[in-house]
Design a protein around this ligand. Structure first.
Ligand code: ZN
Length: 446
């Protein structure tokens, strides 16, 4: 066993305790009633980093409280590495869906369950652990940046990165908010889809009227909206909006059994779209309806519905832009709304897609670290179907920095869902990998 791995084993129990303490704080940024918990969570993160010898501060600049911490290497000309994670979490939603209380970290089988146990308090813990493993023998200058509003869209992040650019600037940025390919197979995330969301309202009547008196002549808004929604996919299930970009597929096989098990798709459900599974998940657009306003079934009366509303969530491929996608989506809706119904199209929010050119010495150093930590298994270059729009903000604000997107998640993490859990074996490898990464980066010629 190497000295570094021995150190990993030594610090693991304390890092695990610190992670559990963080999970016990319900830092749900989407809930204004829990703003004090988000603040408590920032303070806990600050105290943990201060205990590792960092200079720390909490900054609340129009958004959730963020922690910035610095620790310098004894080597003045060492490179600077920015370690990113976020300490806010998603709402726990219905506690009845959880097997154990969401804010009481609980070990079952290979996993530690709890809201934020993975996304992304384990990212915070990985950075903390790397600092603890390396102690005062730090091979690089480290800045830790732990955001407090990622789960509500990082709205103030662009301004934050600009205002604190001097403090945050780095040669390498490690964003620990993604995951690995599978248990035992590490990954570097090199592409992420973007997101465009819009609300569409379809109105056919100024007020509701009797469906018996007027049905057959006057269209109801829900049918009109349904027809518009149906036009968004073709018969194969590909997104039918003209002018959206789709990129080439990575050469990665996603086994059918894994797709079935991980997606939770009902037996007999057919996949939609065309092309390889990873192309459909990573490099092609995808569209879903995530909300619908219409009268409830219970208590529905015999009236023609005058107006109906839907939220459209469009994932865009790396290489596309949100400006293009939003314009194409709007055009499509205007063209396909039937029967002269009045369409109101309201953009909600956007996040750009990212693709990273993962070549060169920094990425080689990262791959070597991952390969060593996973016992000889090389990392794959992974795409992510979901969006982490803030990554594009880092890439834009620090164009000269090399961005590494890492993380603790695995296919069964259930981030944002009930029974979110961290795989403890993978967590140990993540800690080891991050310490190795900092060591390798410290050995690069400056
Ligand atoms: Zn996250």
């Amino acid at each position: 066993m190497t000295d570094l791995l021995a150190r990993v084993h030594e610090v693991l129990p304390s890092v695990r305790r610190d992670l559990e303490a963080l999970v016990r704080i319900p830092s749900v940024s989407a809930d204004p009633a829990r703003a004090d918990q988000v603040q408590r969570s920032a303070e806990a993160v600050r105290d943990l980093l201060a205990a590792e010898g960092c200079e720390t501060q909490i900054i609340t600049a129009g958004g959730g409280p963020a922690v910035i911490a610095h620790k310098r290497s004894a080597r003045a000309d060492a490179p600077t590495v920015l370690l990113y994670a976020h300490h806010d979490v998603q709402p726990e939603n219905d506690p009845a869906e959880w097997d154990t209380p969401p804010f009481e970290p609980t070990e079952r089988g290979d996993r530690l369950y709890g809201r934020g146990a993975a996304d992304d308090k384990a990212g915070v813990a990985a950075h903390l652990g790397a600092l603890r493993i390396l102690g005062d023998d730090l091979p690089v200058h480290v800045t830790v940046f732990v955001e407090g509003e990622e789960e509500v869209g990082s709205e103030s992040l662009p301004a934050f990165l600009r205002d604190y650019a001097e403090q945050l600037s780095a040669d390498v940025i490690v964003i620990a908010d993604s995951g690995n390919w599978d248990i035992g197979t590490p990954a570097l995330t090199t592409s992420l889809r973007g997101l465009v969301r819009a609300d569409v309202e379809v109105r056919t009547l100024t007020h509701a009227v009797h469906s018996g008196m007027w049905g057959g002549l006057v269209p109801d808004a829900l049918i009109a909206l349904s027809r518009l929604i149906a036009s968004l996919h073709d018969d194969a299930g590909d997104v039918a909006i003209a002018g959206l970009f789709a990129g080439p597929a990575a050469d990665v096989d996603y086994p059918e059994e894994r797709l079935r098990a991980e997606s939770g798709a009902n037996p007999g459900i057919e996949w939609i779209g065309t092309g390889s599974a990873v192309a459909r998940l990573w490099t092609k657009p995808a569209l879903s309806i995530t909300g619908l306003d219409a009268p409830k079934v219970d208590g529905a009366s015999n009236t023609l519905v005058p107006a109906a509303r839907a939220k459209i969530s469009l994932r865009i491929a790396p290489g596309d832009t949100t400006d293009n996608a939003l314009a194409r989506l709007r055009e499509h809706c205007e063209k396909h709304v039937p029967w002269g119904a009045k369409l109101t199209f309201t953009p909600v929010d956007v996040g750009e897609a990212t693709s990273i050119d993962a070549t060169g010495p920094v990425y080689d150093a990262a791959r070597a670290a991952f390969t060593e930590a996973w016992g000889g298994v090389e990392p794959i270059d992974m795409g992510v179907g979901g969006s982490i729009p803030f990554i594009a903000e880092f890439v834009d604000t620090f164009p000269n920095a090399k961005v590494l997107v890492t993380g603790v998640e695995d296919p069964d993490t259930r981030a944002h869902g009930a029974n979110e859990g961290l795989h403890l074996g993978e967590f140990e490898r993540v800690l080891h990998a991050e310490a190795l990464l900092l060591r390798n980066l410290g050995q690069l010629p400056s």
